[in-house]
Design a protein around this ligand. Sequence first.
Ligand code: HEM
Length: 253
Amino acid sequence: MEDGLTRPASPAGLSWYMAVSQLLGLTVIAMTGAWMGQYRGGIAWESVLQFNVHPLCMVIGMVFLQGDALLVYRVFRNETKRSAKILHGLLHAFALLIALVGVIAVFDYHRKKGFADMYSLHSWCGIAAFSLYFIQWLMGFSFFLFPGASFSLRSRYKPQHVFFGVFLLVLSIATCLLGIKELLLFSIQATYSSFVPEGILANVLGLLLIVFGLVIGYILTRDEWKRPPLAEELALSMDFKTLTKGESPSSSQ
Ligand code: HEM
């Protein structure tokens, strides 16, 4: 359907996949909350319950918000590129902030309990995912939002930014799966093989995290769902091709 200014509305199918992705995202958050609330005693900053802040914040920040930030360019198709970029950057910043609370919670909990740090595959993947995510945000901000990077520099960096964006969501989901497995082994090792409800809930949570990642990946890789450039962005990129090296049309890319 056209909006009268030759801008196509949201492509058929995209809205459905978007709705499914949001439903899955909210479900994994609710299930993590239910797991911590129902079986792990609840959530608090003090006492042993401080650990429970960790899974919840990591699922909200590193999975749900990170995933949603990747979808911004597919959803906000008719807004200016700059508005979409600002929203994309803000959502990632919010995700990082919530994830930081989750990381502080687990380190602080380990310190108070006198537990060792960074001994597991989960913690190694986790610290890599979190640090690389922070670096990715800094690089994205410097190249795409901070005025000064030239158009050609932005164009050369963009494929790496896109690749690492998808890689980091995959790594975050894989890290969550390792964390789920580890928490189950710590908390219900003796009864896990008897199909206890907590084990089943956590295993289903793991499966839904994978499905969430798949739906986001599918939306991102459908070529016809990519954001078409606005007329003025097209004009700018055409202009750029005629410019000599080093010139920088400021508001595109
Ligand atoms: C992308 C998401 C996640 C990241 C970046 C992450 C990161 C980390 C890090 C860096 C540690 C080490 C803390 C220390 O050594 O003091 C840790 C510990 C832990 N995390 Fe996560 N985590 C994530 C998600 C989860 C989830 C979803 C769960 C469980 C449902 C979980 C369960 C655990 C457990 C049980 C520990 C303590 C054992 C250990 O150090 O491996 N994590 N996490």
